[in-house]
Design a protein around this ligand. Structure first.
Ligand code: PMP
Length: 384
């Protein structure tokens, strides 16, 4: 069919092309292409079929406050968190969203004060912060909340109530984080734990916050399925988040939820077998970070972040943080690292987008093997 032809054309221009020196390697986005090989190998076992008459309703069965959440997905979310040990699920309401991006907006809506006389509540996050937070917070010029920038310099004694976004491990730099506003009395918190999975960081304890976001995108690589979930302590907050999604999209695609449930089930099954999905992806990340460190070793032009190993309860061993992004600093006279790398046909995201100096860039570590290896080759060849 023409769709199949178009697909094969798209795919062949994406990954089957031989690498050539003129090709631009786009590592600006965090598109998790790295995982495709694993899922290809798993083959038909991870497929689902949905007949024309199935999952037609707006509604789902089940007891959840989130009335459009498929019970299979809720079950698999709980099962996986319990196996991995990265989040407390007991006493939590689960809210499903079209990616954690929709849940981020739902959370801002739910946490904002509703009284008419109220000024918009300030939303802050420590530098360097995920580049989408400022624009996602402000693009609708909401009267409920407004972007306030760096959490370190926020003074709630003076400036009042706030929402702090805590991303751990952090996008872009990969470090583990806790909230930073000095006086936490007036704070409401959104913990974005998109990368709190064993392939990226040691799982030291089950997270136990009021409102935590996770996403299928970074856990298993299925960013196109657009499924994320929130673990929420307070039922009033869970209801308001559900209301937001009702107003926004009247629910979340059932087809995507069922596919996500199948993917999570496969991952959990693999953890109970010989080689878990996480072991497989951990090994790839470890290999990539070794290659990367070898490529810039002794090169005074570049500085990489340094991480300490910690005990990972999932692997029952000490593991290294190996973030989904490289947070690279250009030294010497290079003031604009992104432009410098662009001359070498490497597309990265400038530190300015994360609220800091353009001497920094963020580079995706999750692209295809082919693009990653080409990136490493180019990086090793850059000298002053
Ligand atoms: N939070 C963080 C920290 C992210 O890096 C991303 C993806 N880049 C998201 C949220 C959004 O993920 P999604 O909407 O695909 O679930």
């Amino acid at each position: 069919s023409s769709t199949a032809t178009r697909r094969s054309l798209v795919n062949s221009t994406r990954s089957d092309r031989p690498p050539d020196k003129e090709r631009l390697i786009n590592l600006d986005h965090g598109d998790p292409r790295m995982y495709e090989r694993y899922w290809r190998k798993r083959g038909e076992k991870t497929s689902i079929t949905i007949a024309g008459w199935e999952s037609m309703s707006y509604f789902s069965q089940g007891e959840n406050i989130c009335w459009f959440m498929e019970p299979e997905l809720a079950e698999e979310v709980v099962r996986l968190h319990n196996l991995v040990g990265n989040a407390v699920t007991q006493g939590r309401h689960i809210v499903v969203g079209t990616g954690s991006s929709q849940l981020f907006l739902a959370a801002l809506y739910a946490l904002s004060p509703t009284h008419h006389s109220h000024q918009p509540i300030t939303v802050v996050s420590a530098l360097p912060y995920y580049s989408s937070y400022p624009s996602m917070t402000d693009y609708q010029k909401s009267g409920l909340y407004k972007w306030g920038g760096d959490a370190e310099t926020y003074d709630d004694e003076k400036d009042g109530a706030y929402i702090e976004l805590v991303t751990s491990p952090n996008n872009p730099d990969g470090y583990t984080r806790e909230s930073v506003v000095k006086n936490k009395r007036q704070g409401l918190f959104i913990h974005d734990l998109a990368y709190y999975w064993p392939q990226y960081t040691p799982i030291s304890y089950p997270s136990d916050h009021d409102l935590t976001l996770f996403t299928l995108s970074k856990a298993t690589g299925h960013s196109g399925t657009r499924i994320g979930w929130a673990l929420v302590k307070d039922s009033v907050v869970a209801k308001k988040m559900t209301k937001f999604i009702e107003l926004n999209t009247i629910g979340v695609s059932k087809d995507s939820q069922l596919r996500a449930a199948k993917i999570l089930e496969t991952v959990s099954d693999s953890c109970e077998e010989e080689e878990s999905f996480f072991k497989y992806s951990y090994e790839i990340m470890a290999h990539r970070w070794r290659k990367l460190r070898a490529a810039v070793e002794g090169n005074a032009l570049f500085t990489l972040p340094n991480f300490s190993p910690a005990f990972c309860n999932f692997f029952n061993n000490y593991t290294q943080p190996q973030p989904a992004f490289l947070w690279l600093k250009c030294e010497r006279l290079i003031e604009d690292c992104a432009s410098f790398l662009r001359q070498h046909k490497i597309l990265s995201r400038s530190g300015e987008r994360f609220g800091v100096s353009p001497k920094y860039v963020r580079i995706s570590m999750l692209d295809t093997d082919e693009n990653f290896m080409e990136f490493i080759e180019r990086l090793s060849s850059i000298h002053l």
